[in-house]
Design a protein. Sequence first.
Length: 65
Amino acid sequence: MADGRVRADVQVGAQVDIVLKADQRTGKLTRGVVQALLTKSPNHPHGIKVRLGDGQVGRVKHILS
């Protein structure tokens, strides 16, 4: 299971755990399938920002598939 700090590791269609902006204090994870990559830089220390299939936006913490 990879973390989501490197953009090349995160693929559209992959199942991931993300932290939503509202959940950053608690660290609560939300699971979903990546619809779009929103971070343009090749890496980010807090995780690549993505939009899930259901429209939620957050930073990737774990890549499951």
